[in-house]
Design a protein around this ligand. Sequence first.
Ligand code: ADP
Ligand code: MG
Length: 551
Amino acid sequence: MATGKINVSVENIFPLIKKFLYSDHEIFLRELVSNATDATLKLKHLTSIGEAKVEYGNPKIEIKVDKEAKKIHIIDQGIGMTADEVEKYINQVAFSGAEEFLDKYKDTGKDAGIIGHFGLGFYSAFMVADKVDIITKSFKDEPAVHWSCDGSPEFELKESDKTERGTEIVLHIADDSTEFLEDARITALLSKYNKFMPIPIKFGTKTETLPKPKDAKEDDPAPTREVDNIINNPDPAWTKKPADLKEEDYKNFYRELYPMQFEEPLFNIHLNVDYPFNLTGILYFPKLTNDMNIQKDKIQLYQNQVFVTDNVEGIVPEFLTMLRGVIDSPDIPLNVSRSYLQADGAVKKISSYITKKVADKLNSLFKNSRGDFEQKWNDIKVVIEYGMLSEDKFFEKAEKFALYPTVDGTYFTYGELEAKIKDTQTDKDDKMVILYASDKESQHSYIEAAKAKGYEVLLLDSPIVPHLLQKLETSKEKISFARVDADHVDNLIKKEDTTISKLSDEEKEKVKEQIEAVLEAHNGFTVQMEAMDSSAQPFMITEPEFMRRMK
Ligand code: ADP
Ligand code: MG
């Protein structure tokens, strides 16, 4: 047997990066804009703690595409790099200056919003470029430098005459990547990945129409001017405090997220936690419509305001993937495979936190505005019922607010229903029998017959409900569900019903007629025959629902 050392040559690393580092070549722009953002946020932090004695100003990041020269420029006004720093941060592959910064400024820097992680983002430039230039001037009083590399491990470093603080990255786009020289492609990428990044990002200019001056003639054209085309909203709603947001702000943000979705969301859940993990976000219960763009309008996952994916599988439980909105967490590992994500401890905690928040919000809506909750039930029941079916923790919480509508449009929680029927709707095994219809019309006569006997009949018409009933039957000891048109509905009994009726059917009918005659004035009361079988309780008069409510 022999042991040895595998020899990894640096020469091999660029082709590897190009092929395997990221499955999507398009993320190069996300990575470079993230670095530009980090550089700007670092400067912001250093000026705020007095370590950098320069004017922070109103920095922005600019993207320029030069189709003719086949170049893309990413220009920032951030912290910049000295020659030594280029050596340290750029020439050392997989050394993350972002992590170093966070280590150094542990206490004050942790909320600076720094994005970088692995020290690999910069090299994603070589997925689309065959040569990359970095022209950079540090905020420190040192000469600007120009680094240049054509993808081989050799690089060139010389002085530059750049005078403004900050960094310019120039990508010489490779022949197999010229698609990225199209304005439309870059616009689409920026709005996908950078739409909510914290520093303004400029891509070209746009024409803005100004109001006409007062003395303008009617057919004078409105004046216009060229302004920066800023592609992002640096302060998206989820980064703000819930207390600073109005209902309207949440709705506007929904429209910003899903411009093609015209239905308003039903309600939102603002997520905000910083221990034991960091997570913010806003989730919406959408109004389900047929033309909903299920493919496109999904929950979006961000990391420090950088879009990562809209495949949140594993991060929220499956039943919540039907929701819409944004989750932002620096604690969700990026760039790693799905199977890793699902096994990750932090991700599991995040998933159960979100489940709990959703349940809490539903519970408070139910408690504080039940009427509204009942009205929305039809739109939200799929999510809730599916959640109850698939997640036991959610089931426990949802039992308090999950609603069961009757054929007459009354909504019971399970507890309310149980209290109402536990003594009046049982079978011979002493099990509470919950009657339900799945279709009001075809089961009409059965429904009427059951109602005439004073039974409650639920209207359960969602596709998930039969499975949920099964789960309830197995989790509760003494209940069973029966379709209103099933045979044994006729055999239901009351708890006290132990003696066999001494009256014949004919006699019962007579007594019933007599009682009803007496009660005639009280239109709407019904007399239940079955009750008359009991010796302790000779008969039962039931009031219609609405009369009790009027009292
Ligand atoms: P990470 O962002 O994970 O630290 P990157 O490979 O993306 O790793 O970048 C490596 C380092 O290079 C950064 O941490 C930073 O120190 C430096 N750097 C990259 N781009 C810039 C920039 N535009 N301005 C200043 N420094 C930069
Ligand atoms: Mg980076």
